[in-house]
Design a protein around this ligand. Structure first.
Ligand SMILES: Nc1ncnc2c1ncn2[C@@H]1O[C@H](COP(=O)(O)OP(=O)(O)O)[C@@H](O)[C@H]1O
Ligand SMILES: Cc1cn([C@H]2C[C@H](O)[C@@H](COP(=O)(O)O)O2)c(=O)[nH]c1=O
Length: 226
């Protein structure tokens, strides 16, 4: 009976659900979103990486990896803007799945640049003031964070296999830092406030096992808010 109620609610206009798929670089977020995009009544928003690689003919992602101290703020400001743009898009389906969020851009990537000494204090202060203003003045509801939990080594192998030009300079240590920041935030609750409940999915497995796990968690993911 509870199940029928949930299904009714899912179909009704009132029930909207935003689920953010989070995890390290090359952890399998896009692959996960592609899988769920085959479900009807779900809107899937992947990260606008193509914009980060090409804004009016410039490539802030590539520039950041070449010279993080000079271009970190430029990239993170643009990431913050494009994430915000995604968050405020009116929802046209009962469920939206989105790759990462404005929170992970700030709490993981900007934080990593700053903590590793690659973002100057003044840049981090300006970015932080922008971020604080946004989350104070604009509603950014998130109902569930799905954390694809991988080892940095797995991501390193998948990253090499995907072979994005800009990312060829990424060493394993970079993925380890990102991993530790994710773990401190979403698992150990040691750093920043977590804006929604977290569903942890172990994601070192092969694709077949991953798809099986997505099926097992389908209801939790798609009905987080209902
Ligand atoms: N479970 C998996 N096992 C092996 N390779 C995978 C798996 N999931 C994704 N991949 C591959 O790893 C690379 C990164 O996956 P992707 O979904 O683009 O990650 P993300 O969006 O998190 O950066 C891609 O080449 C993808 O085909
Ligand atoms: C959110 C965010 C991302 N990046 C970088 C990290 C990766 O190189 C790409 C995103 O790729 P993924 O395969 O989807 O993880 O963008 C960044 O530098 N800063 C950020 O805030």
């Amino acid at each position: 009976e509870k199940q029928i109620d949930k299904n009714k609610k899912l179909k009704s206009e009132e029930c909207h659900d935003l689920c953010c798929i989070s995890g390290n670089i090359a952890s399998g977020k896009t692959t996960c979103l592609e899988y769920f995009s085959k479900t009807s009544d779900i809107e899937v928003l992947t990260e606008p990486v193509s914009k980060w690689r090409n804004v009016q003919g410039c490539n802030p992602l590539g520039l950041m990896y070449q010279d993080p101290s000079r271009w970190g703020l430029t990239l993170q400001t643009y990431v913050q803007l494009t994430m915000l743009d995604r968050h405020v898009l009116p929802m046209s389906t009962p469920v939206r799945m989105m790759e990462r969020s404005i929170y992970s851009a700030k709490y993981i990537f900007a934080e990593n640049l700053y903590k590793s000494g690659k973002m100057p204090e003044v840049d981090f202060a300006v970015l932080s003031e922008w971020f604080e203003w946004i989350i104070k003045n604009i509603a950014i509801p998130v109902d569930l964070i799905v954390y694809l939990q991988t080892s940095p080594q797995t991501c390193y192998e998948r990253l090499k296999q995907r072979c994005r030009d800009e990312e060829k300079v990424i060493p394993l240590e970079y993925l380890e830092s990102i991993h530790n920041l994710y773990e401190d935030w979403l698992i150990h609750h040691k750093s920043f406030e977590v804006p929604a409940p977290v569903l942890v999915i172990p994601a070192d497995h092969d694709l077949k096992k991953m798809l099986h796990q997505y099926e097992e968690n389908r209801e939790k993911i798609l009905m987080a808010h209902c």
